[in-house]
Design a protein around this ligand. Sequence first.
Ligand code: C5P
Length: 241
Amino acid sequence: MTEAQIPGPDRPRAARERLIVALDFQDADAALAMVDRLGEEVTWYKVGMELFYAEGGQLLHALRGRGKRVFLDLKLHDIPNTMAMAVRSLSRLPVELCTLHIPAGSEALRACAAEVRRIAETRGPAIGLLGVTRLTSLSPPDVSDPWRDVVSLAGQAMACGIYGWIAPAAAAPLLRGAHGPCPALVCPGIRLPEGAKQDQVTVGTPEEAVRGGADWIVVGRPVTRAEDPSAAAREIVRRLV
Ligand code: C5P
């Protein structure tokens, strides 16, 4: 299947469009206060389980109402029919990117990919599905070949017609080398060289991620817990140019 046939948003060209800020907050008030504070500096936001389970779709509509673009990071992992129907339900919300766990299996991935294709054919723009390779908080299962699992899971997702991958920045050049430029690549676990790793094991800088072939980077605490979040976002975007 060619890239053009796989539904999902256009890949970003401008540096500012490459930054996705993770809104890891407990409630909509705190999250939207951060969004308003960041203003024009940030277009894309990632909403994860913490916030979505508390606030639901209303928060996503509030983001869309502010002209923001939404990556919903729910990391779906279930039987094929349940995952495909979850994708169908999420497609009613203003969501452009959404995650699922690749180890859910090829049948589940294909069912989800078929569902977004069906939506794209009948209703227009559909969600871009991102397969989670390995969480950046986990150590490699095989230290003698630390990226083997990530490269192989990425290949499995690609063969199933998934729009892109989530992977640590350090794996980006290997993924591009093994599987080429077509699938979108989103890298979390981003830190500035002097920044604390917190609970992340595999971290990379914004420059490393983009040089390695990432389309988007996901940054949470280095922006949202910074003394000056706008300045932190600006500094990250500057490094993406
Ligand atoms: O605060 P920090 O920059 O570490 O946040 C990273 C965000 O990216 C979190 O919301 C986390 O859930 C998410 N994420 C990740 N590793 C993955 C997939 C998502 O850290 N493989």
